[in-house]
Design a protein around this ligand. Structure first.
Ligand code: ADP
Length: 425
């Protein structure tokens, strides 16, 4: 007999002793007491103890042997398959939990752990994930052997939507049961885009409906009460023209926005001189600046700065910023436009600084959203569409740059466009 099998035998015997411990202890107490109080002689007491102990040890040994014999030959997931399942789950982009047919967690990846931190291997999923629809889908998948789906919404800290797919799979041929692979596919970005599109359509139709309602109102007035009033007719026609122009501007901005968005992933490849573009924009808006009595100061730190860009889009971008300053900040009477190189001359910054009312800090992060205005009435009065800064943001991003906005209420605002430089002189 080898040393190893001697040790095995000894360990097994110790295991039996430990399991039969309560019966052995009771036998010692009973036969010890019978002998001590003189009810039994030492010999028969010892014989009785040995008999009872032997019976107890035999029962324990038989019980263990039957339990070992009834263990399934092929486990649901063996040690090597378990490691494989873990490795595969860890490489999946979604949160995934593998469950046994009773709904206990066999394996889960880090994303699943982050989504439901209370999930533990070996414990029922219902302890770590208390969502009746998801648990029901898992139960149905286990019972029917078919793919089942459910929706799972996490409300805090921010609302997230998941599509849960429970797929029954057989991990090992001849395994005692199926695994249920439960995947949590994140639908949040898709939902957000859907919501944004719905908001956008609602906003755009609302913006168009207002001037349309005004136009049809004036048409009725011109046909009715003002039919024979030339003075009123002229005044109303002037208002109608302004409303029609507003609709045209809005449609123009919407079309530009969708065109730029469509090309946003494609960087422009023409080489353009930004200094010339800034000068052209200022010249073009000189009349508006004089009308508003604003003095425009330009300061450029290079003769020529070449960037990769779309000339028309860059003109549009700067026009929007300068026009906004002339519309909303004319009260400051002054506008400083600076073009300077930064970041070791790898970046050009065009800053449009006004001295108007400024913008409160809570509005700043939302200014570039479509149709967002600090004061809707003021924007409409100035002929604004609420799309100017959204256009600016998309044009800057298409050019590989960024937009920063700084403002102190009552002291004006600075809108700075940062663009990568190709060459400078
Ligand atoms: P709009 O067509 O209304 O001008 P924009 O997207 O260009 O739309 O601007 C959004 C809002 O930002 C404006 O309605 C205005 O409230 C605010 N804003 C933009 N530029 C300035 C500025 N220089 N000073 C103060 N407020 C500004």
């Amino acid at each position: 007999m080898s040393l190893a099998s001697d040790e095995d035998g000894l360990l097994r015997f110790v295991d039996w002793l430990l399991r039969a411990r309560p019966v052995l202890a009771a036998a010692v107490v009973v036969f010890g007491a019978l002998w001590a109080f003189g009810f039994m002689a030492a010999g028969p007491a010892l014989a009785g103890f040995v008999l009872i102990s032997a019976a107890a040890l035999l029962m324990v040994a038989h019980g263990l042997a039957t339990r070992e014999a009834s263990t399934p030959v092929t486990p649901l997931v063996g040690a090597s398959e378990g490691a494989l399942v873990e490795a595969v789950l860890s490489g999946l982009p979604d949160a995934v939990v593998a469950l046994d047919p009773h709904g206990s967690v066999v394996a889960l990846n880090a994303r699943a752990n982050a989504l439901a931190p209370a999930l533990r291997r070996g414990e029922p999923i219902s302890l770590g994930l208390r969502n009746p629809e998801v648990l029901d889908a898992i139960r149905r998948a286990g019972a029917n052997g078919a793919v089942e789906r459910a929706e799972f919404i996490v409300r805090t800290p921010v609302e997230c939507w998941y599509e849960v797919v429970a797929v029954p799979v057989t991990p090992v041929s001849g395994a005692a049961g199926r695994l249920i692979l439960t995947t949590f596919h994140d639908l949040t970005p898709l939902r957000r885009v859907e919501e944004m599109r719905a908001d956008f359509v609602a906003n755009a139709s609302h913006e168009l409906r207002t001037p349309l309602a005004a136009l049809s109102g004036f048409i009725d007035t011109l046909r009715g009460p003002a039919r024979n009033d030339p003075l009123a007719r002229d005044r109303f026609l002037g208002i109608m023209e302004a409303q029609a122009n507003r609709m045209a501007r809005l449609i123009g901005d919407l079309l530009s926005l969708s065109r730029i968005e469509l090309n946003e992933h494609r960087r422009p490849d023409a080489e353009v001189d930004l200094v010339a573009i800034v000068r052209q924009v200022i010249d073009g808006l000189q009349t508006l600046a004089s009308d508003r009595e604003v003095e425009v100061q330009l300061s450029v730190s290079a003769e020529r700065v070449t960037v990769r860009g779309d000339r028309d889009e860059l003109i549009r971008l700067l026009e929007n910023l300068v026009e906004n300053a002339l519309k909303y900040a004319a009260s400051g009477k002054r506008l400083d436009i600076t073009l300077a190189l930064a970041e070791g001359r790898r970046e050009v910054r065009v800053a449009v600084r006004d001295y108007g009312p400024g913008i409160a800090p809570d509005h700043l992060p939302r200014l570039t959203e479509r149709f967002y205005r600090v004061d809707v009435g003021e924007s409409r009065a100035q002929g604004g569409t609420g799309l100017g800064l959204a256009l600016v943001k998309h044009i800057v991003s298409r050019h590989g740059g960024r937009l920063t906005i700084e403002s102190v209420l009552g002291q004006g605002a600075t809108f700075t466009v940062h663009l990568p430089v190709l060459s400078r002189r």
